[in-house]
Design a protein around this ligand. Sequence first.
Ligand code: NAG
Ligand code: NAG
Ligand code: NAG
Ligand code: NAG
Ligand code: NAG
Length: 441
Amino acid sequence: MAYSSYHQLVLISSLLFLTLSSSSLAQQSFRPKALVVPVSKDASTLQYVTRIGQRTPLVPVSLVVDLGGQFLWVDCEDPGYVSSTYRPARCGSAQCSLARASGCGECNSSPRPGCNNNTCGVIPDNTVTRTATGGEVASDVVSVASTDGSNPGRVVNVSQFLFACAPTFLLNGLASGVKGMAGLGRTKIAFPSQFASAFSFNRKFAICLASSPSSSGVIFFGPGPYNLLPGIDASASLTFTPLFINPVSTASAYSQGEPSSEYFIGVKSITVGDKVVPLNSTLLSIDSEGNGGTKISTVNPYTVLEKSIFTAVTEAFISESAARNITRVSSVAPFEVCFSSENVASTRVGPAVPYIYLTLQNKDTVWTITGSNSMVQVSDGVLCLGFVNGGENPRTSIVIGGYQLENNLLQFDLATSRLGFSSTLLGRQTTCANFNVTANP
Ligand SMILES: *[C@@H]1O[C@H](CO)[C@@H](O)[C@H](O)[C@H]1NC(C)=O
Ligand SMILES: *[C@@H]1O[C@H](CO)[C@@H](O)[C@H](O)[C@H]1NC(C)=O
Ligand SMILES: *[C@@H]1O[C@H](CO)[C@@H](O)[C@H](O)[C@H]1NC(C)=O
Ligand SMILES: *[C@@H]1O[C@H](CO)[C@@H](O)[C@H](O)[C@H]1NC(C)=O
Ligand SMILES: *[C@@H]1O[C@H](CO)[C@@H](O)[C@H](O)[C@H]1NC(C)=O
């Protein structure tokens, strides 16, 4: 099996920090302005799934989107990995140093994708189940649609897109039909950096997740505009806040000591309706061991709050709701706080409940969470506050999860380390499903 091939993982420290070699550049002369891939929500796992083309001959590959993920990993053990353009990364190559892969692997069975001698390895991880294993670094053709910001355009290739091969068992816990995970994190080989290098655009990308499994949201790589029907450039409605680097990875036990590839923001206070929620501010910053702070995640279906923050936020929400005659009903797991929808009107921005405001670097920089992103309809007549209790001493105090990101545009600018966020687009009469993604591979 492929994972046993890394028994010889020898760690050597490498002082080589090479920039992306010209071999990774796209070979065609057409230079896209930006790229776009579709993202849909898997109804049973609540994971967000994207699709790219890979290999020769090209096949569509579905992948779970991992916003903070380190790189692309795919199942190579599957007998279906067939490609004439698969190239393992040779030990000591520029590709290995870009991938920060310092081991040199051997494989005892006959050579195939994922099993080659003299190849460097990394540790692909399934961040949903928190499982990690060894896998060979390789490159192959990746194919995605270009865009002018309004419609998908011609499909472009990156001829030597770096990724990690994983054994089939690493797919356990992922949505049915997917072949791996698409890491969008802050490493040199995650999607944003490889696409930016291949096509010389800014290291920027934007995600816009649709709320319904039957519709498709999008991820854009490169600069805006991000035009959503009816002709709204969603990039025009962004507010900006600094992104922080957590000095210690929070994702996997195997990458401790490395800075985190995830995206953290600085929540300073939380307000519910008219109430400023009393919080222990120590929990809101990242300490030297990497504990605390606020990160954004697409692998958590709902926002997870450290216990004392959860209690303070839900108490404020319950009292502000009671003032509006919204009555509490029994909880429905995984949620602790649910209400009858009887006295809750419907508005364009979701059920009319108290808004939740995340105040960032100053009082004018506020991420507003309206009913569309706070309330989950769990049954007829019952709405639950879509936040989950993270218990005491979680690694990260606030993990903003997928449900709270839906129909919000988030633009990550790696060069300036800043996040642009829109709050809900519903108030602007558009949604993340309003981008035309019909022409994708
Ligand atoms: C992209 O790569 C695939 C697989 O190698 C190939 O069949 C296709 O012709 C390439 N397309 C372009 C535009 O180069
Ligand atoms: C790797 O090298 C060993 C020892 O030379 C050999 O037995 C094995 O078949 C090789 N494996 C691959 C995948 O080339
Ligand atoms: C969607 O994009 C395709 C490909 O560019 C184009 O042919 C089609 O007309 C577009 N549809 C709409 C509704 O804009
Ligand atoms: C605030 O949180 C920190 C970190 O968990 C903890 O050490 C401290 O005791 C807390 N302070 C209060 C007043 O609860
Ligand atoms: C709540 O209900 C009480 C009693 O039925 C009523 O007097 C009051 O106006 C209601 N308040 C709101 C905000 O609907």
